[in-house]
Design a protein around this ligand. Structure first.
Ligand code: COA
Length: 181
């Protein structure tokens, strides 16, 4: 599916473009935003490569990766984060997401995960959507739980980052799970 556009109450998701590199660096290059992610802050050049790879993956057939820019719908609609849904296995997809730190605490994270789940289940017909978070990532835990994603276990030494192995806690939601209350 290309191009993908999705909206929630305050956010809009769209395909990445070359001009997004600087704005995306406020997320990918931020020590605060990447603290619990599986990679260290990226340089502008590295962010540029991610955008380029994502643009190529976006037009692959079949498409297995949806790396999307997240922008605010209000005002000039600045880019405030990124969202990713990667297909794998049988009708399954993994989501990842991050927002600019100056936008945290407004409910955007919950809104964004809701939009990704809608896209995966309704747009792509997936059966299972899952996410992996750092055990200490309390904000992610709150967002995933509130989005109806059940905590289902821990993968030991899932990623090697910042010079050490790190476990991940897995959350998932199935297509037929009841909506979050
Ligand atoms: C995770 C993230 C997207 C959340 O975005 P957000 O817009 O702040 O999310 P929301 O406002 O919808 O909800 C955040 C919740 O986390 C809670 N929270 C934030 N920091 C917390 C902490 N240190 N301890 C406990 N709870 C915390 C907030 O209180 C809020 O819950 P509440 O509404 O019940 O009070 C954002 O923090 C982020 O981009 N982090 C960096 C990238 C990342 O960790 N991505 C997830 C990868 S799995």
């Amino acid at each position: 599916m290309y191009p993908v556009t999705r909206t929630s109450a305050r956010l809009a998701l769209r395909e990445l473009v070359v001009d997004d590199v600087d704005a995306l660096s406020a997320v990918y290059g931020s020590a605060e935003a990447t603290r619990y992610l599986s990679f260290e802050p990226r340089t502008r050049e590295q962010t540029g490569l991610v955008v380029a790879r994502s643009m190529v993956a976006a037009v692959a057939e079949p498409r297995t990766e949806y790396a999307l820019a997240v922008r605010e719908r209000a005002g000039d609609g600045p880019l405030v984060g990124f969202a990713r849904l990667a297909l794998g296995g049988q009708r399954a997809g993994q989501i990842g997401f991050a927002l600019r730190p100056d936008r945290w605490g407004r409910g955007y994270g919950t809104e964004l995960v809701g939009a990704l789940l809608d896209f995966g289940f309704d747009g792509l017909g997936l059966h299972r959507i899952w996410a992996a978070r750092a055990p200490d990532n309390a904000a992610s835990r709150a967002v995933l739980t509130r989005s109806g994603m059940t905590e289902e276990g821990r993968i030991r030494h899932h990623v090697h980052v910042r010079g050490a192995w790190r476990d991940s806690v897995i959350h998932s939601r199935l297509a037929h799970d009841p909506p979050p209350t």
